[in-house]
Design a protein around this ligand. Structure first.
Ligand SMILES: Nc1ncnc2c1ncn2[C@@H]1O[C@H](COP(=O)(O)OP(=O)(O)O)[C@@H](O)[C@H]1O
Ligand SMILES: [Mg+2]
Length: 296
């Protein structure tokens, strides 16, 4: 997209979606590179209503993280962002230069893929969790501590005193991810964005933590936007799946029936790659390069 086209798309006035919690229209993110601008996200539309559970799937580099981090306000300063509409809970996010700087957008919680690089290595879990709780609610020291222990129990960490006193490196990967979920949800977000939250964990733990995130967001009445490359997980835990390919949304639909409704060759390829009992006797699962109509 050229600079003038970017400017044009920012000025357009789309039809507002009154019941939407999150409304993104024509989101485009480019980065300057030595060979010219690189478009990481190219005209993405995304509408979430309160309580929606939406998955964003696509291969590595398809722009999933960029699209979600624009919503959360975590993009790198060099990112050039434009959108026809970008609103969260009625507030126009485009009015804030925060679109391009790492500043939290109130009401949006984020669980990143790698808790080791997202948690502060020198602070204890208790210090990090209590800081979030204190920031959001006026409570006494004792109440904050009790609330923190309560959140740890809710995410399945019952040895609360030990976990509160621990630094992130003293915990297992699964425990750290539970701590991240507790920190994100303790701010009582209206939207939780989970960017490949369980990719570093084994399949059983992955499912358990997904189940936990779904239950807790439902309890809070929050919406869930889950980034994943795991189609099977998306089908099990979300209502709607959005498929991204080379920065664009190429398909979307109800997660359970996407296999029947998908129109784009890339989506059909992704679905064909999901291991199922019917293809268990194949010597090799199909790979994306062999799907007709999709550039290698
Ligand atoms: N700060 C940056 N500068 C330049 N290019 C970037 C930057 N961040 C991401 N990209 C590029 O944007 C594309 C999309 O990245 P990303 O959103 O992380 O994809 P995904 O999450 O789907 O793997 C990738 O090709 C990546 O290299
Ligand atoms: Mg990513």
């Amino acid at each position: 997209m050229t600079t003038s086209a970017l400017e044009e798309s920012t000025q357009a006035t789309p039809t507002p979606q009154p019941d939407a919690l999150l409304e993104v229209r024509g989101l485009t993110i480019t980065y300057p590179t030595p060979t010219g601008p690189f478009t990481a996200v190219d005209g993405v539309d995304l509408v979430l209503r309160p309580g929606d559970k939406v998955a964003v799937v696509g291969e590595s580099g398809s722009g999933k993280t960029n699209a979600c981090m624009a919503v959360a306000g975590f993009l790198a300063p060099e990112a050039q962002v434009s959108a026809e509409a970008m609103a969260f809970a009625g507030a126009d996010l485009r009015a804030r230069r925060a679109l391009a700087i790492p500043e939290r957008i109130t009401g949006v919680g984020v669980v990143f893929q790698d808790a080791m690089t997202s948690l502060d290595p020198v602070w204890t879990v208790g210090q990090q969790l209590c800081a979030v709780i204190r920031h959001n609610e006026k409570l006494s020291r004792k109440e904050v501590r009790a609330r923190a222990a309560d959140w740890l129990r809710r995410v399945g960490l019952h040895d609360t005193e030990r976990v509160l006193a621990a630094r992130p490196y003293e915990l297992s990967g699964g425990m750290r991810q539970r701590v991240m979920i507790a920190i994100a949800l303790s701010a009582r977000p209206r939207l939780l964005i989970a960017d490949e939250p369980t990719s570093a964990l084994d399949a059983t733990l992955s499912r358990e933590l997904m189940q936990l995130m779904v239950e807790l967001t439902e309890e809070l009445g929050a919406a869930l936007l889950m980034v994943s490359h795991d189609m099977a997980l998306c089908q099990a835990f979300t209502d709607r799946t959005v498929v991204m390919y080379q920065g664009r949304v190429v398909d979307q639909g109800p997660s359970r029936t996407l296999a029947d409704t998908a129109t784009h060759a890339y989506t059909r390829g992704l679905i064909a790659c999901v291991p199922r009992l019917e293809n268990a006797d194949w010597k090799r699962l199909p790979t994306m390069a062999r799907v007709e109509g999709v550039p290698a």
